[in-house]
Design a protein around this ligand. Structure first.
Ligand SMILES: *[C@@H]1O[C@H](CO)[C@@H](O)[C@H](O)[C@H]1NC(C)=O
Ligand SMILES: *[C@@H]1O[C@H](CO)[C@@H](O)[C@H](O)[C@H]1NC(C)=O
Ligand SMILES: *[C@@H]1O[C@H](CO)[C@@H](O)[C@H](O)[C@H]1NC(C)=O
Length: 332
């Protein structure tokens, strides 16, 4: 594994500026949407974004799924991140609110969706629709159609003014763990609704269809997630997603971090106490979320807002975490 990192970083550093440039321009013109109308984030993705963010909750009686939207309050047109949490969306997206709000502050309408009401958690505010068994993919598609049609109006209602536009033609999918299962299946069925895939520690029990079309993916893995108590089985996790994906694709495996580190601090601590997944007692959650925000904003600004910030990902020595592995394949 370490050997692979060395080879890869040598490869990257040996590439001349010119070939990088040619590669990148080709990449840009072929893949990135030309984002003229949407807000573009000029800042450093690892710093906190400039925008203030509001939360909008939409109940499952209203939309097909329980929906939490994190959006900048400044009137503008924004790219969209359609996100679902772990366990095929059964983990409520508000458990990830710290990371999602940080991303939204860089100029995104982040739509967190989930399906199962966690009755033991915040039972008073969550709906009690029974858990759907089997494939949720269709439900996610219905949800996406619903927000495409209604979200702008719902935001206007909350802000008491119109003009804030979630631009669904600049949409990326984002997910954690087995939440990636339904979103990737949805993407395999409909190749064009999403322009980028942010796969945070993806996991699937049965993902077996290679991606045959070009959609940029940033895939994150953690060292501890594959160690007991195992939360990502190695052959079904981030390396598997990387192998199944077509380029452009990037994979980062972070040293000394685990599967629960993506959650808000309280939930991370609950995970640590219950040993649900392996955790490292020395982890600084705030710092880690800053890292996730940085790579996510850099990737999405490049793919959805049309401003090249890939160097914040590819210059791995500047990252606030240490990597076990970094793989990149842009040569499509
Ligand atoms: C984390 O999520 C909970 C909801 O489960 C929320 O009350 C809390 O404010 C969030 N924390 C942060 C830092 O966003
Ligand atoms: C919109 O108007 C309602 C009712 O007047 C008010 O409660 C709410 O705070 C307003 N929202 C904003 C964002 O100003
Ligand atoms: C990568 O990051 C290091 C450390 O921050 C910095 O010294 C170097 O100039 C960066 N390299 C590039 C190509 O940006």
């Amino acid at each position: 594994m370490v050997k692979q990192v060395v080879i890869c970083s040598q490869l990257v550093s040996n590439m001349s500026r010119l070939s990088w440039f040619v590669l990148f321009v080709t990449f840009l013109t072929k893949l990135w949407t030309t984002a003229q109308a949407v807000y573009v984030d000029d800042g450093n993705p690892f710093e906190e974004g400039d925008l203030d963010v509001l939360t909008l909750s939409i109940s499952q009686n209203d939309a097909p799924m329980l929906t939490k939207v994190y959006y900048p309050t400044r009137i503008d047109t924004y790219a969209v991140l359609f996100f679902t949490g772990g366990y095929q969306g059964d983990i409520p997206s508000e458990l990830y609110s710290d990371v999602l709000v940080r991303i939204a502050r860089h100029g995104y309408v982040v739509i967190g969706v989930d399906y199962m009401p966690m009755e033991t958690v915040q039972a008073n505010v969550r709906d009690r629709t029974p858990r759907l068994v089997g494939d949720h993919t269709q439900k996610y598609m219905e949800e996406l159609q619903w927000v495409t049609k209604h979200l702008e109006g719902r935001i206007a209602k909350q802000l008491n003014r119109t003009g804030l536009v979630p631009d669904f033609s600049h949409l990326g999918i984002g997910c954690h763990s087995a939440g990636c299962d339904p979103l990737v299946k949805m993407t395999l069925q409909h190749h064009t609704f999403s322009k980028a895939a942010l796969l945070l520690e993806p996991f699937s029990f049965n993902y077996a269809t290679p991606v045959t079309f070009k959609m940029p993916a940033l895939i994150l893995g953690t060292e501890l997630s594959t160690q007991p108590h195992v939360c990502v089985r190695p052959g079904q996790g981030y390396n598997h997603f990387y192998d199944m994906w077509k380029c452009p694709r990037m994979l980062m495996e972070v040293k000394g971090h685990g599967h629960c580190d993506m959650y808000n601090e309280t939930w991370y601590k609950a995970c640590q106490l219950t040993h649900f997944c392996k955790t490292n007692p020395d982890v600084d959650i705030n710092k880690y979320h800053g890292f996730v925000q940085g790579i996510s904003a850099a990737f999405l600004t490049t793919t959805l807002q049309g401003r090249d910030k890939l160097q914040y990902i590819t210059n791995t020595t500047a990252l606030p975490v240490e990597l076990m592995e970094f793989k990149i394949d842009m040569n499509c």
